[in-house]
Every structure is written in structure tokens, then in C-alpha cells.
Design a protein around this ligand. Sequence first.
Ligand code: HEM
Ligand code: HEM
Length: 183
Amino acid sequence: MNATRSNNRFHPFSIAIHWLTLVLLAVVYALIELRKYYPKGSEIREGLKTWHFIFGLTIFAIVLIRIVVRLMHRAPPITPKPPVWTWPFREGMHLALYLFLIAMPILGWMTLSAKGKTIPFWGLHLPPIHIVDKALAKQLEATHATIAYVGLALIALHTIAALIHHYILRDDALMRMLPERKG
Ligand code: HEM
Ligand code: HEM
């Protein structure tokens, strides 16, 4: 179990996936933002959207694996122990981040399904998860967009909290999420 690891870090797989998710999210946001600079229907715009879908679904796949690994390995304790009242905020924030990583790809997948469009995934076409319903597709797309911005706010708060732990509380919360240096 992670809690008994002498180096007091998250499982190496969890650490790798945590930082990979950050990179993938940056790519997913950048791709969809960049589409605005190209005319509707253009090949580049459609390509950027397709890669947004593919990388977004990749985030979905890896968050599911991540949750399984996390259930198998407990989070290592933070040293020195942060005040007890901070615990629900930390747990609540992590839960919200996991929900965001699950909800966004499902909403995107449902949007494409309701639009009657194909769902590309690394050379495959995934099955639709909703019947075609153009009105619903609009609502789903709007919800997907709103949660995308809520997610950015959550990530900003989460990053600030990590920096407060490191520089103000001076505990090992952040170090536990960094890869171990050899030697
Ligand atoms: C964590 C993963 C994801 C994030 C953070 C994300 C974020 C975003 C953002 C920021 C937008 C632009 C919203 C706006 O117009 O202001 C967007 C649009 C969209 N996303 Fe995602 N997305 C994710 C995954 C997915 C997935 C997996 C799919 C589909 C399989 C998808 C389908 C769409 C669609 C259809 C649009 C509208 C694009 C258009 O036609 O202009 N998204 N997404
Ligand atoms: C520069 C940006 C980031 C920093 C500095 C950072 C730092 C950290 C730290 C220090 C922890 C351990 C917190 C603790 O145990 O109390 C953590 C956990 C976590 N981070 Fe991040 N993070 C960043 C970005 C992200 C992003 C983009 C996501 C995904 C949306 C994310 C999702 C999570 C989740 C879900 C956990 C909980 C892990 C668990 O206990 O299962 N983080 N992060």
C-alpha cells in the first residue's frame, strides 16, 4: 500500500497519470480554442475538433484506469499533518476534479451522438450513446462549454492550494505528487 511506502509518495502510476492528464487537458483546451481562428467547415477546423474529441476521450480512458489504481493504493499521509478542518475541502476538491474528468468526455460523447456525428477514437469509431436529437445536442454542448470553464476554475484553485501547501504550510503535499529523483 502507498501509505506504507517509505518515500511517502503517491503510486508512481498515479503520479505519471496526474501529470499526463495536465498535459492532455492543455492540448484539449488549446485544440478547441484554436478552431475559432479557422472558417467553419474548413479542413483545419474540422481536424482540430477531431483531435479535441480523440484526446478528450483519451482523458476519459485514463481517468477510469487512474481511479482503479487509486482505489487499490491509498493516498500517502501529508507530513506535517494539515489542520483537520481542511480535510473536507481537500477531499471535496479532488472529488470535483474526478467528476469533471468523467463528466466532460461523457457530455462530449453524448453531444456528438445527439448530433448524429461519428465519434472518432484513434482510428476507431465509437458507438453513439444517445439517439439523434438536435435540440438536446445544443443543450449538451452548452453544458459541456459551461463545465469546461468551471473546470478551469477548479484547476486554478487546486493549483493554488498545492502552492500554499508547499510554500506557506511547508508540508510535503506537493512532493508526494512529484516523481522520485534517482540517487
Ligand atoms: C476533459 C475533456 C474535455 C474538455 C476539458 C473539453 C473542453 C471543451 C471546450 C473548452 C470547448 C469549447 C466550448 C466553447 O465553445 O466555448 C469544447 C467544445 C466541444 N467539445 Fe469538448 N472537451 C472535452 C472532451 C470532449 C470529448 C471527449 C468530446 C467528444 C467526444 C467533446 C466534444 C466537444 C464538442 C462537440 C464541442 C463543440 C465544438 C464545436 O462544434 O464548436 N469534448 N470542449
Ligand atoms: C500545476 C498544476 C497542478 C498541481 C501543482 C497539482 C498538484 C497536486 C497535488 C500536490 C496533489 C496531492 C494533493 C493532496 O494529496 O492533498 C494533487 C492531487 C490531485 N490532482 Fe493535481 N495538480 C495540478 C493539476 C491538476 C489537474 C490539471 C488535474 C485534473 C483536472 C488534477 C487532479 C488532481 C486530483 C484528482 C488529485 C487527487 C489525487 C488523489 O488523491 O486521488 N491536478 N495535485
